[in-house]
Ligand binder design. Sequence first.
Ligand SMILES: *Cc1c(COP(=O)(O)O)cnc(C)c1O
Length: 336
Amino acid sequence: MIDFRSDTVTTPCAKMRTAMANASVGDDVYGDDPSVNALEEWSAQRHGFEAALFCSSGTQANLLALMSHCERGDEYLCGQQAHNYQFEGGGAAVLGSIQPQPIANEPDGTLCLTKLKQAIKPDDFHFARTKLISIENTINGKVLPLRYLTSLSEFAKSEGLALHLDGARVYNAAVALNVDITDIAKNFDTMTICLSKGLGAPIGSLLFGSKAFIAKARRWRKMLGGGMRQVGILAAVAEIALKENVERLTEDHNNAKYLAEQLNQIDGIKVNVNFVETNMVFATLHASHNIADIANKLLNKNIRITAGSPLRLVTHLNISKSDIDFFIKELTQLIK
Ligand SMILES: *Cc1c(COP(=O)(O)O)cnc(C)c1O
């Protein structure tokens, strides 16, 4: 199956499966799992933070971050397109009594500092207390420029706000910019990363922050049912993902660019090739085509896409250049 729906569909390689089978484990709720302890210690250092917390998912890691930065009646500023506003079930509001204050993302994915400034509430009991800015990088496959991160970080400090990065795909950003992950991470008080997307691990996310912050998040994680026991089986894979599957993200980015160019050659499909910076391609089909019907027909050829408009196609380690050629050939036949 050639699956373009997301990079979350990647499956663990043989080396990961061996690492899982051989992982030393203990009860992590007691702090006894050597694989988790080693991962949290190593990864905190690697990303330039005091401490790390292994989480079941990116959604959980973001929720823990929001709930650890904000108390009941506080708010966080985020993008209108932010995953932790749009796609996490309203968890911060539902479970944290935290109000999101969304702000329209600029076309490049950034949040305008002037608009952020205008959204900060005065210290007045009519308002929620503004505590945190949360941004996303990459956002819809777009990379936020480093100089923007620096100015955002200075802005947050000057306003007395904490700054969180939803870095589900931040490694795609680092690889696209050809910088070390710490060049991005150093601008933030806290950061999450997903191991289970382009990095190829089956399960897991990491949350980074100060020691005190992670201690608070660990308490929330337990309350939310995220205290896992012999979870070293999963943690053992993380280091492989972070050491061996980072540089190869370039391949996914090149494949996405190639896919975009090929799609653009098909009559009735439009792609803004310049918009493709990492592993995501957004394509618009002419209205005369029924995308649900096309998706169904592709399925017969073992190709999976999400029938959306625009169409979002994601490249990852289980998609090769020849898979893309095959997809383009089949799609061209369906569309003409
Ligand atoms: C995927 C994703 C998440 C959530 O990760 P899950 O592990 O699927 O819960 C959070 N933020 C962004 C930007 C994502 O793309």
